[in-house]
Design a protein around this ligand. Structure first.
Ligand SMILES: [Zn+2]
Length: 137
């Protein structure tokens, strides 16, 4: 019978001994981690839902970066970087002139907002702005 039991649990020798009693600080740390994981999951869901509503695209959970401390989640969809921050969806784009940097679009709540963020909105560094004619008047 003993041999039979060993066959059922071949990894018994590698199984750690029963969990030791956790101290308060350990329990608090583990609970804090659990809360953060829940926060991260909630952020991912908000981003996924918002992007899906506007684009009909499903964002894979693994493709989402979530920062529960900063309350930010972001994911790239077809080359467009979406971010959920401050309880709203925005698009992150580089400078329209030099292609560097990161600029945050106005809130994207409707398809037309998304269209603006992808097209008409041309974020520019101060140094990348074209000279304006009236500056020489
Ligand atoms: Zn620039």
């Amino acid at each position: 019978m003993y041999t039979h039991q060993q066959q059922q649990t071949p990894d018994a020798s590698r199984t750690p001994s029963p969990k030791p009693h956790r101290t308060d600080w350990q329990a608090r740390a583990i609970a804090a981690y659990s809360r953060e994981q829940l926060d991260a999951a909630a952020l991912r869901l908000k981003l996924t839902t918002a992007v899906h509503t506007l684009t009909s695209r499903t964002v894979e959970t693994g493709a989402i970066f979530a920062d529960p401390l900063g309350q930010v989640a972001s994911a790239r969809v077809d080359g467009v970087l979406f971010r959920w921050a401050d309880s709203q969806l925005v698009v992150i784009r580089p400078c329209a002139h030099c292609g560097l940097g990161t600029f945050t679009s106005p809130a994207v709540g409707r398809v037309a907002d998304l269209g603006f963020a992808l097209g008409a909105w041309q974020p520019l560094h101060d140094d990348c702005r074209p000279f304006e004619a009236d500056a020489f008047e």
